[in-house]
Design a protein around this ligand. Sequence first.
Ligand code: 4AD
Ligand code: MG
Length: 465
Amino acid sequence: MSSGGRTKIAELLQSKTAIGTDVVVKGWVRTKRGNKNVAFIALNDGSIIHNIQIVADVNKFDESLLKNITTGSCIKACGKLVESLGSGQPVEIQAESIEIYGTTDASYPLQKKGHSLEFLREIAYLRPRTNTFGAVLRIRHAMAFAIHKYFNDHGFYYLHTPLITGSDCEGAGAMFNVTTLDLNNIPKTEEGKVDYSQDFFGKPCNLTVSGQLEGELGALALSQIYTFGPTFRAENSNTPRHLAEFWMIEPEVAFYELEDNMELAEDFLKYLIQYALDNCQDDLQFLAKMYDNELIDRLKFVVDNDFVRLDYTEGIDILMKSGVKFEFPVSWGLDLQSEHERYLVEQHFKKPVILINYPKEIKAFYMKLNDDGKTVRAMDVLFPKIGEIIGGSQREENLDKLRQRVEEVGVPEKDIWWYLDTRRWGTAPHSGFGLGFERLLLFVTGMSNIRDVIPFPRTPKNAEF
Ligand code: 4AD
Ligand code: MG
């Protein structure tokens, strides 16, 4: 593979054998300091959080060249890699030649260190050049890779489910419509409704809220599949944990009951967190130092401890007996708010909790009904600082029971006849769940706003870049 005519800074900082050789580096200048004899340039190419120091003898270089090397400019530097006399770095480069690819000027927004995360969101197109977003984006990559590795190693197949669908999986939040109709001149039927027969797909379509329903079709043939793709929810939730466009990982497994599903979820999460501890130490240590000094201990704690498994009904009991005055009062039948989830996890058990067997009214139509006729085999995995990180369930495999739920909830059968057919022909017990990728990243990076763990966040009134 071509190296682009340079060695990556990560390699130089980690290699012992390169010392004493001539090297070429390319990257963006973080800082330049020095005196009238020598200039010290800190260069970063995104391959690692650390910069490499380039030492330039001022007398050997054109004055105007050095003047144009400013914070943010992009350069190529050639020279000898030597052990550094300074304390900040193991090695440095004694520059022989420097070429400037791109200069900056005084309007470059990342002049100094310590910009607020709010400000950096406004310049999301540049924030990957900061230490924080370099670290977050490298960890995001490592987690995506580890997800594929985990499933591949366990014999799951990666199934690509459609992003444009005609059905509503969760029935919960609002959806984004997909249309090519002229919104200024909408064709109408005789009854005055939108005439979707003239639309691109000939019927109303939307961006998917989940790949699950199609994932189930895959599981009922390949037996173990997972999806990993973007999902879209038009819910107007302006919180630090909600995005309108987020990535979800959805394994779906034939012959799994709820118990197996819980085991998979716990093993999977622990694997991913351990992977980060093993492969992202530099970035984790940087984030821990800057934002959250308990981060690494918290990650280790989750890997080392069993998750608590608890019935929804018991959870409600604990919350009602807690004596805590919650903003949203608790009673059996109500959906849990983040404050309730976090009380159970952070105050009561001090461990991740898998809450199961929720009332059917607050969960989606496809979940398997328990014998009590009131609760369904749902499971939510609740994490410290995050609340719900995973939502999943055992699926209703019985055609009649599923039909009844579809009717009760009011899902039009014409939209999901194909889903019902799987219960008609060769149905099987099966289960699955959805992990919110950015919720996972919130936990692993210790960042506190979900807008800061995705390169270009989409939230209400915000789709810039
Ligand atoms: O609990 P949810 O809605 O479950 C489903 O979509 C199921 N179809 C999954 C399945 O069984 N295959 O969403 C799953 C997870 C949540 O636990 C949360 O981590 C994340 O997706 N999530 C969001 N993340 C960011 N922004 C949002 N608006 C999110 N909504 C859900
Ligand atoms: Mg959920």
